[in-house]
Design a protein around this ligand. Sequence first.
Ligand code: ZN
Ligand code: ZN
Length: 380
Amino acid sequence: MKIKGAVLREVNKPYTIEELELDAPKAGEVLIKYAYSGYCHSDLHLMLGEIPIALPLVAGHEGAGIVEDVGPGVTSVKKGDHVGVTWMIPCGVCPQCRKGLGNVCSGNFGNFLQGMLLDGTSRIRDKNGEMVRHGNFVSCFSNYSVVPELGVIPMPKEFPLEYAALMGCCVPTGWGTVVNTAKVQPGEGVAIWGLGGVGLNVLRACAMQHANPIFAIDLEESKEGLAKEFGATHFICNSKDDPVPIILKETGGVQMPDGNWMGGGVQYAFEAIGDPGAIVQAWWSTCIAGKVIVPGITPYDQTTNLPLMLLPLHQKSILGNLYGGISTHVDIPKFVNMAMKEDLKLDKLVTNKFKLEQINDVADKMNKRQIQGRWVMAWD
Ligand SMILES: [Zn+2]
Ligand SMILES: [Zn+2]
């Protein structure tokens, strides 16, 4: 069938809007008509060549829509069902899966990196008949795609599809980081660097876990309103003020004769932007036995210099975190259920809707930090 999508052919070049050919779903695959696709910072990383990936590619890994058709043997969904998708498809048999760490499964990693479906092939071709790859099993920067049944999450029909799209990446990553990885308890102090799609969900999860205080930190002063709306007790504009002395002072630190602050600090510092300097600030801002947790993805050639004295003296740690440590088919439905009953502020998270033809403008705006919350592509 004919579809249209944004193809990334070369890094550091605009997406090209193309008509493409999509093959029918094979065994264990589902054809989805996308309704909404989120534009995540990881998509920008791919576009800028900051995460290695095989091209050409229909990217996009945060989408939701309606099942249009299913391949042989598919039993969990049928035509007309509302569904979300996930970019992590645990194989069930690799060492991580066997240890319950399906969020870092390595079994399907080769196909993930190569942009192939689970049988190692693609269903997408361009107008010259050349193969185009699937972005992260999802490829939702096209109006239709074929995805593995194992990556499809059924959604209740009463749950808006624009929110269902966010259940593919930013909501579970943010929430999972707080409730699975940190396990934030009421009254614990937290700080969050970077108020994009993931950071705002980290912030909202911390607020709903009754963390206190909650420092929200961003380079853009314009994000203060959204930060307070999501539950921050303090907002710090990182392009004006150094958050470290502010956090240490507010959390019971002591000012030393040289003017620096020691002691105090938050239990958990979440770095949700992937900036080496922010990771150092987060490190200084944690208390004794505090943890820096990093769901933010940093370009692959970036390094950081952590001052090491406090690693043993304050027993600090730094933890990487992928996809919030979730079990996709267990946790995503839980977050959906929560979103239908409680105020996750998803209505405030989606601040703009755009059309496929505007995708290069959206990427440019994100690169210039001009985007608030999550912008989603609307297909109709
Ligand atoms: Zn696995
Ligand atoms: Zn993402």
